[in-house]
Write a protein that binds this ligand. Structure first.
Ligand SMILES: [Zn+2]
Length: 266
């Protein structure tokens, strides 16, 4: 079976609003820097906090694994994820939705072109300016907040300082690219992306979600497409204010993408 033909790409752009403070830790985040125990990841060029595409994509994946009840059977670093271990398992029921959309590790004995690419997301320039000028940030673009963790054994209170991007910050546009390799099956898999985003909104991004951190909202969703038949052309597909609006219009949206992706231009 040839899976690798590319019919086209659906390109999603949206803003991500931090509804509550957002803490996405960086490498070396546990080192004490300037009195903060847990620092946020920053772009080394601009020194601005950002949302790594891998964090967002990983959260989307784990939410879908849970919603679909897939076993989280493979350890990647500190977390377990689901992957199909054999091609037979992957192909079952027309293809595993999670492994198809989010990919399988390279060492597995079968290949699958990953459908979804999620890029790193910067602060909007407006939001970066407001955070720089805002009196509520005590660090560059961020605030620090003391959290008290209770040691379960000794009952001792251990205060630690968390750095976080303040509530109200807006990142964007977040860009996600969905590759259409199989028609019409990949049209249905676009719904996986929408469901995953909805689930992330209801859960959280980054750390300390159980303390209320990391609630995000996706909005100003602009969807375009490029197709193999005229790749240099950008085709406008749809615009939605939020995920609920996209969900309401999903059948029409799917139809529009289907018409665009017909082989040879249609
Ligand atoms: Zn799978």
């Amino acid at each position: 079976m040839t899976l690798h033909r590319l019919y086209g790409r659906v390109i999603l752009r949206m803003d991500i609003e931090a509804v509550t403070g957002l803490h996405i830790g960086g490498a070396g985040a546990d080192l004490e820097i300037g009195g903060v125990d847990k620092t946020v990841i920053r772009d080394p060029l601009t020194n601005q906090p950002y949302i790594p595409g891998s964090s967002l994509r990983g959260k989307m994946r784990s939410q879908m694994e849970k919603l679909l009840g897939l076993p989280q059977n493979r350890r990647i670093g500190r977390v377990y994820i689901h992957t199909c271990e054999t091609e037979a398992a992957f192909q079952e029921n027309g293809g595993c939705p999670v492994c198809t959309v989010f990919g399988v590790p390279a060492e597995l004995p079968f290949a699958n072109p990953t459908r979804l690419v999620v890029r790193d997301v910067r602060l909007t320039s407006e939001s970066a300016r407001r955070l720089l000028e805002g009196a509520f940030t005590d660090r560059l673009y961020t605030e620090s907040k003391v959290e008290v963790a209770i040691d379960r054994v000794t009952s001792q209170a251990n205060p630690r300082t968390m750095e976080r991007v303040p509530a109200g910050a807006v990142f964007g546009p977040a860009e996600m690219v969905f590759n259409i390799h199989q028609m019409p099956q990949d049209l249905d898999r676009l719904d996986i992306v929408l469901q995953a985003l909805q689930a992330v909104e209801d859960d959280y991004l980054g750390g300390s979600g159980s303390r209320g951190y990391g609630k995000v909202r996706f909005r100003n969703i602009h969807i375009t497409a490029r197709r193999a038949a005229d790749y240099t052309q950008v085709h406008k597909v749809a615009e939605y204010g939020d995920l609920a609006q996209w969900a309401t219009d999903f059948d029409a949206f799917r139809q529009k993408v289907a018409q665009l992706m017909v082989p040879n231009g249609g």
